[in-house]
Design a protein around this ligand. Structure first.
Ligand code: ADP
Ligand code: ADP
Length: 229
């Protein structure tokens, strides 16, 4: 479940400047495909089209054979877990942030999700900025820790499809490796689209798509692309 296909996808924010000029690739159910390429290549745009922040102007995107434009935005988003570049937290405990959108989740489920994301011991804490405002002691969260909150939220949601958008780009090497480990657990048996800057962070992808100037410049496994360099 959750097979994705991009079929001759065209998209422009400004008609005079096409961003995607005929992109076709598939992410088979349960597999991981990474999209890499220079900044501005249109990688995030692809994920926003899949998530239906915008719709394609030509071509189509399908989930299990169905054009996403024929599905409601709500049902598309219910099927997809998104770990964005920057996670913005609500002014409340980490547990509240993890449970957000999943009111029926019980405390044990929230705790288990937090543990997979390796923030199990912090969930009763408030983010620092907000804690200071309400005169309490809070927790200073790094970008990586905020990302773990987004990962925990996704674990709890447990969607068939996962979008990881530059999920580890802003982190130091050690944090990046820890987060990669958590993401590998989360992406197991899920159809996963990874958006990345560097080839080195997507070694485990089943296929890597290299976007350049709105088209697919290269594609292959990590080993194949490294050999061609
Ligand atoms: P990438 O993820 O590869 O860095 P993006 O998909 O974010 O690239 O952006 C592709 C191009 O589209 C960039 O030139 C960017 O400036 C432009 N762009 C992105 N979002 C918008 C928007 N909302 N409106 C207009 N142009 C945009
Ligand atoms: P969920 O049910 O997975 O919580 P949401 O639609 O609330 O679904 O959000 C999914 C993720 O997408 C969230 O992590 C949120 O930060 C991110 N997101 C929501 N809206 C936008 C947006 N306009 N641009 C970028 N990211 C967004």
């Amino acid at each position: 479940k959750g097979a994705i296909a991009f079929k001759d996808v065209h998209f422009a924010y400004d008609p005079a400047r096409p961003i995607l000029k005929g992109i076709s690739f598939e992410v088979p159910a349960g597999k991981t495909v990474a999209v890499v390429g220079p900044s501005g290549a249109g990688k995030s745009t692809l994920s926003r089209l899949l998530y239906r922040f915008y719709d394609v102007q030509d071509g189509e995107i399908t989930i299990d054979g169905q054009d996403v434009r024929d599905l409601t935005q709500k049902s598309v988003r219910a099927a997809i877990g998104m770990v964005p570049q920057d996670t913005v937290l609500f002014n409340d405990t980490l547990a509240y942030n993890i449970r957000y959108g999943r009111p029926s989740a019980n405390d044990a489920e929230v705790q288990a999700a937090a543990e997979i994301a390796q923030i199990g011991e912090f969930i009763k804490h408030l983010p620092e900025g907000y804690a200071a405002m309400v005169g309490e002691r809070g927790l200073k969260l790094s970008g990586g820790e905020k990302q773990r909150v987004a990962i925990a939220r996704t674990v709890l949601k447990s969607p068939p499809i996962l979008i990881l958008d530059e999920a580890t780009s802003a982190l130091d090497t050690r944090t990046e490796q820890e987060i990669q480990a958590a993401l590998e657990i989360v992406s197991q048996n899920r159809t996963t689209l990874v958006i990345a800057h560097r080839l080195s962070t997507v070694i485990h992808a089943d296929e890597i798509i290299v976007l350049k100037d709105g088209v697919i410049a290269e594609r292959g496994t990590h080993g194949e692309l490294i050999d061609r360099d």
